[in-house]
Design a protein around this ligand. Structure first.
Ligand code: 5GP
Length: 120
């Protein structure tokens, strides 16, 4: 089922400045901040500034400038990670089966440890 965008989701509140975050990067298209329950020594979330529920919603509805701007922002964050060892992992959870909890698109960036084939 496709959900309408919920203006009261937690990342919408962070974008509006109603809730704090530990900001890592911000530009016109994206905001990046540290995950509140990190799953790795580095765990950053990157979200588009515009209101998109999910990866599917974003890739269907965002215009080319938004998609490019968001992807550039993710790249900016990954390139500026201060890691002792090179390498990191990106993840997007989509929908209930993908274990998406927050209904505003977010890209997870994990780093600072060795990862294995999958995250359970
Ligand atoms: P999902 O399961 O939707 O892909 O991931 C949601 C992520 O958001 C989780 O890793 C969770 O720890 C993080 N998260 C949930 N609420 C907050 C919050 O209020 N602040 C921050 N920084 N991260 C949050």
């Amino acid at each position: 089922p496709k959900l309408p965008y919920d203006e009261n989701n937690i990342f919408a509140k962070i974008l509006r400045g109603e809730l704090p975050c530990s900001k890592v990067y911000e530009d016109d298209y994206a905001l990046a901040f540290n995950d509140i329950r990190p799953q790795a020594p580095v765990h950053v979330l990157v979200i588009p500034k515009a209101a998109y529920v999910s990866w599917d919603d974003f890739t269907a509805k965002a215009d080319d400038a938004e998609i490019a701007g968001f992807m550039r922002a993710v790249g900016h964050v990954t390139r500026q990670l201060e890691l002792d060892e090179p390498g990191y992992r990106l993840m997007v959870n989509m929908g209930t089966n993908g274990h998406q909890e927050v209904p505003h698109l977010h890209v997870h960036i994990f780093g600072g440890r060795q990862f294995f084939q999958m995250i359970a």
